[in-house]
Ligand binder design. Structure first.
Ligand SMILES: Cc1cc2nc3c(=O)[nH]c(=O)nc-3n(C[C@H](O)[C@H](O)[C@H](O)COP(=O)(O)OP(=O)(O)OC[C@H]3O[C@@H](n4cnc5c(N)ncnc54)[C@H](O)[C@@H]3O)c2cc1C
Length: 334
């Protein structure tokens, strides 16, 4: 009989996990407390790489390797099957004033990552790609529905409190019963609520704000990066500038100070932006974790609950590897 999996959280992590699970023949329901794909995964910049990979532990980078290739193929599939183009683009990333360039070059050589030194002492990572994440999420949702994933939106799953060592059903706050053989917690910044870890949460929200310039006439040669700040241009010319990192709980507001700070950095890096007005500003709550190391594992207590959360700054990039790990764990469970 087909085994049933309930995935809690319809961000990129939950959607890609569902994508892998249906490929293996599972019967998948994806539950979200609001609409699918409207939280951090919608808000992010869509860069498919850690910003400076050599600053992270190997375990972080290992989860990111291969991501750009995965999304290139997925993008083609989604474009064909849904008519929505997630705009996968190999933009490359140009890094200004990189300190310790030798360390960066060394790391890239050891990790088979292409890197070039430019004449003006910048570093170029030519294989860094980007994807237009709001479109990706929109297309993925349609694809998953077309492939029989049941979408349950506007249903908040209550904390897991069962005293036995396996879960037979979970409930939403509106009283819907979610029966399944397996559960995957992919609830992003809210995961500690679902896991009932309110006193000592392992995952906590870290707000990130971005601003958007309208479609500009000039073309950026690459994603531009300087001192933890980046500019990303989409195919239609729109430019995103980000981002902040703020420990403000579940507050998703945007602030004037962030807007000014991002604007100053953007216009310093690319002075021609001064002639354009900022068109939009938004924020998202990253699922913050220690060292950016996510939890991709079986729950320590429940033998049919799996955790796929805490991808922090790189959830979009890590989602394919993370989803594969969880799918393999569930498959090997029997
Ligand atoms: C400004 C910004 C820029 C970023 N840029 C990048 C980037 O360039 N590249 C990159 O790789 N990453 C980037 N990130 C990080 C990335 O967006 C996150 O790591 C990723 O979106 C996390 O995905 P997720 O699916 O875990 O979380 P989310 O997208 O937040 O999804 C979690 C979902 O769970 C649902 N949920 C929560 N609790 C419950 C519950 N109790 N019941 C039902 N549903 C529930 C929520 O409604 C939500 O839809 C950025 C993030 C921000 C904020």
């Amino acid at each position: 009989m087909t085994k049933k999996v309930v995935v809690i959280g319809g961000g990129i992590v939950g959607c890609i996990t569902s994508f892998f699970l249906i490929e293996k023949g599972y019967d998948v329901s994806l539950v979200d407390q609001s609409a699918i794909g409207q939280e951090a995964s919608w808000a992010g910049a869509g860069i498919l790489s850690p910003l400076l990979p050599w600053h992270y532990q190997d375990s972080v980078n290992q989860l990111c390797f291969g991501s750009a290739d995965f999304y290139r193929q997925l993008s083609n599939t989604l474009k064909k099957d849904t008519g929505i183009d997630p705009e996968w683009t190999e933009s490359g990333m140009l890094i200004f004033s990189a300190t310790n360039q030798n360390k960066a070059i060394d790391w890239c050589q050891k990790n088979h990552t292409e890197i070039q030194e430019t004449e003006d002492r910048c570093l170029l990572l030519p294989r860094v790609a980007q994807i237009r994440n709001p479109r990706l999420l929109r297309a993925l949702k349609i694809y998953l529905i077309n492939n029989n994933v049941v979408m349950i939106e506007n249903q908040r799953v209550s904390p897991i409190t069962d005293s036995s060592n396996s879960i037979h059903h979970l409930q939403t706050e509106k009283g819907i019963n979610l029966e399944a053989d397996y559960y995957v917690v992919a609830s992003g910044a809210w995961s500690s609520f679902v896991l009932n870890e309110i006193d000592a949460p392992k995952i906590k929200p870290i707000r990130g704000q971005l601003i958007q310039y309208p479609a500009i006439q000039e073309k950026l040669s690459h994603i531009l990066y300087k001192d933890d700040f980046y500019l990303v241009q989409r195919q239609d010319g729109v430019v995103l500038a980000g981002s902040t990192s703020e420990d403000v709980g579940f507050d998703k507001g945007v602030t004037e100070s962030a807007r000014l700070s991002l604007q100053n950095k953007a216009e310093e890096l690319m002075p021609m932006l001064k002639k354009y007005n900022i068109q939009n500003q938004w924020s998202g709550l990253r699922p913050g974790s220690q060292g950016n190391i996510p939890m991709i594992e079986k729950h320590p207590k429940y033998n049919n609950v799996y955790l796929n959360t805490g991808h922090y700054r790189y959830g979009l990039t890590m989602a394919p590897r993370a989803a594969k790990i969880i799918t393999d764990l569930i498959t090997s469970h029997g």
